[in-house]
Design a protein around this ligand. Structure first.
Ligand code: LAN
Length: 716
């Protein structure tokens, strides 16, 4: 970190409400600060927490796990969840910066400075550009959007950071070769011509659902992003020209702006940016759509825009303006500003909810990938503590009660209104999402992890309050049933609705597999384990259907195992993550290293990747390349997944596992914490995302499991 804060870090607080809404506020007055002192979790995430005491040096894995939680428990927020940074992608914040510039939305105190600081701190050390995510090489997508953001936030074109970034952008050919999502944002800002974009027809929303290209059949994120995109493309919205916009037009390109021939830019994407090239069919389709755009069809476009607006309004209402994720959030906000105006209640709601996406970390303010990872992180921590037995310890139990309170508060209590006609959504009542209740979208594995955690807390631990009724868990089962697929697998948010052929029309050159839902071994495992836990407690509830689902999910897991014994991970890095899930699935149906060829092959795969020091470490490149790439050093998070897998498999050679456990113990700091290592998560094969709480949940879980299985021997 090169740039230190110019706002006073002691003035910032993480504001957390009982629904898990988390926003950073800057307290300007002494009086406010005196009434609202900083907490350990504020200071930890700001990177200034150094008062955690040194703990007795741990000799056994359980001591080490206990020290870990002794540190981590102070980071639990009053709502009962663990908060955390969820940055990584470098294309999210620019959306907000552009929209705030266009709509004249003021920044709250301290935000502008801290955003500038973040972007500057994240410039690539080698060339001063930015990539698609914090660990990637510089790309046009990252560099152009973050350069524009700095300029819109008031940084001078001759600032050394801008000079360096501009040189990198020009070396990459300038912003003409930005990928389609970048073309879109720059066109909104009026520094790229709409003629340089492939058509994004809002008319798709008028098609009948039976048509294979209906947006309702697409992956939920794709349809919710292309919805406001189609609207803004449909009206060719452009920001009012300003002096700054004129300057940017000259700064972003290697030729004079006026001389750029825009139609030739539609498929011009810089090779370093391309992850998923257009197909021939998609290019042909764009030729046809471009002809369609030339035909005047005012009434049909108007109908399509009206229909899109209805869906946009439904999305805002269902999510209390949080929206599915920050990408469509920023776009919806702009649409609402255009349609309802700056003084409307709806626009004000949007501005209020912007705050949920911003996160102040040690390097400055970033945009989180969602409005937090509250439920997800909390559910893993619960499982780690329960399996290790630490949950029963007197000083730790209250933290489990609070975690249960959060799980209780974050369950969805109702379905959204007119859910199919307005949003193409399934039921949500009884489900859980990744973050909090307001966001409203159930995710298969979040439902399952939360249900499992609830059962562990309420039915396994002693003297816990029963906050969640059996009926509410039966509702969860209904939600899971609404997500089943013919092959037994589970997708992320919904069952798969579209054909695999839709992937041929993937317009976003930077992401793979975004057009439809896919089944994932991670999601399927979570559901499988959730259901087996549920079945233990409610053996008579829908037993036939549940047994059948379990059987089919297990079959999916076997079918998705790769020839080398591993599974490809889509939501964290990578083969290590998914192989952990695969093995947990098979272990839950009684398979082990000794009795199952699938489990044996998976273990052999993992063991073949163990590093010299006894740990495991996989680099994000695995996700991109679909082959295992070693990290330079072992990583505690991957080491934890690997040893948990081997323990679940009853791997016969304990020394292999012990070596991994020793690595985890050796990386623990005297105060019980583990330090941040490489980035942990991924989406759409090419973009990484941080899960900084993983270094606590999975280490403690792995140590706890080892202690339970091997009698907690002295290892240090
Ligand atoms: C997430 C975060 C959580 C993640 C898990 C629960 C871990 C996973 O098991 C299922 C999928 C899910 C819910 C998921 C889906 C895609 C998200 C929402 C993200 C990776 C966080 C950010 C990402 C979102 C799509 C970012 C915006 C980019 C687009 C291509 C629209």
């Amino acid at each position: 970190m090169q740039y230190k804060s110019t706002t006073n870090l002691d003035y910032w607080r993480l504001n957390v409400d009982k629904d898990g809404r988390q926003t950073w506020v800057y307290l300007a007055s002494e009086e406010e600060r005196a009434n609202w002192p900083q907490t350990p979790y504020d200071r930890y995430w700001l990177g200034i927490y150094n008062e955690a005491p040194e703990l007795p040096s741990p000799c056994t894995p359980l001591d080490s796990a206990r020290n870990g939680f002794e540190f981590y428990r102070h980071l639990q927020t009053p709502s009962g969840h663990w908060a955390g940074e969820y940055g990584g992608p470098m294309f999210l914040l620019p959306g907000f910066v552009i929209v705030n510039y266009v709509t004249g939305t003021p920044w709250l105190k301290g935000q502008r400075e801290e955003i500038i600081r973040y972007i500057k701190n994240r410039a690539h050390p080698d060339d001063g550009g930015w990539g698609i995510h914090i660990e990637s090489d510089s790309t046009v997508f990252g560099t152009a959007l973050n350069y524009v953001s700095l300029r819109l936030l008031g940084v001078d074109a001759e600032d050394p950071v801008c000079i360096r970034a501009r040189a990198t952008l020009h070396r990459l050919g300038g912003a003409t070769g930005i990928p389609s999502w970048g073309k879109f944002w720059l066109s909104i800002l009026n520094v790229y011509d709409w003629e340089g974009n492939n058509p994004i027809p809002p008319e798709l929303w008028l098609l009948p659902y039976w048509m294979p290209v209906h947006p309702g059949r697409m992956w939920i994120h794709t349809r919710m992003v292309y919805l406001p995109m189609g609207y803004l493309y449909g009206i060719r919205f452009r920001a009012k020209e300003t002096e700054l916009i004129h300057q940017l037009r000259q700064e972003l390109y290697v030729t004079p702006y006026e001389e750029i021939y825009w139609p030739a830019q539609r498929n011009n994407v810089c090779p370093v940016d391309v992850y998923c090239p257009h197909t021939k069919i998609f290019d042909m389709l764009n030729v046809l759509l471009s002809i369609y755009e030339k035909i005047p069809n005012g009434w049909l476009r108007k109908l399509a825009l009206d229909q899109s607006l209805k869906h946009i309004r439904a999305e805002d209402k269902n999510t209390k303006y949080c929206d599915l994720a920050p990408v469509n959030k920023a776009m919806n906000k702009l649409v609402i500003w255009i349609v309802d105006g700056p003084d409307s209640e709806s626009f004000k709601q949007h501005c209020y909810r912007d705050q949920d996406s911003f996160w102040l970390g040690a390097e400055g303010i970033m945009c989180n990938g969602t409005n937090g990872s509250q439920l997800w992180d909390t559910a893993f921590m619960v499982q780690a503590l329960v399996e290790s037995g630490l949950a029963e310890e007197k000083s730790f139990k209250p933290h489990m009660v609070r975690a249960l309170e959060y799980i209780d508060a974050s369950q969805f209590k109702e379905d959204c209104e007119d859910r199919w006609a307005l949003s193409y959504r399934e039921i949500s009542k009884g489900g859980w999402g990744f973050s909090n209740r307001d966001q409203s979208y159930p995710v298969s594995d979040c439902c399952a992890e939360a249900m499992k955690s609830t059962l562990l807390l309420q039915n396994k631990l002693t003297s816990m309050p029963k906050l969640i009724s059996d009926e509410r868990l039966f509702d969860t089962i209904n939600v899971l049933f609404s997500m089943t697929n013919p092959d037994g697998g589970f997708c992320s948010y919904e069952r798969r609705r579209g054909s695999y052929l839709l992937e041929w029309l993937n317009p976003a050159e930077v992401f793979g597999n975004i057009m439809i839902e896919y089944c994932y071994p991670e999601c399927t495992t979570a559901v499988l384990l959730g259901l087996t836990t549920f079945r233990k407690h409610f053996p008579d509830h829908q037993s036939e259907e549940i047994n059948d689902l379990i059987k089919r999910a297990a079959q999916y897991i076997k079918n998705s195992q790769l020839p080398d014994g591993s599974w490809y991970g889509s939501w964290a890095i990578c083969f290590t993550y998914a192989t952990w899930f695969g093995i947990e699935s098979l272990s839950s149906i009684g398979e082990s290293y000794e009795n199952s060829d699938n489990v044996k092959r998976a273990c052999d795969f993992l063991v073949s990747k163990q590093m010299k020091d006894g740990g495991w470490g996989e680099k994000y490149k695995s996700c991109e390349l679909h082959t295992y790439v070693h990290h330079d050093t072992s990583q505690v998070v991957m080491t934890s997944w690997a040893v948990m897998s081997l323990m679940a498999a009853q791997y016969p050679d304990e020394s292999v596992i012990r070596a991994g456990i020793k690595v985890i113990m050796s990386r623990q700091q005297p105060n019980g914490e583990w330090l941040q290592e490489g980035i942990e998560g991924v989406f759409n094969h090419n973009c990484m995302i941080s899960y900084p709480n993983y270094k606590f949940a999975f280490t403690i879980w792995a140590l706890g499991r080892y202690a339970r299985l091997y009698g907690n021997p002295k290892l240090a």
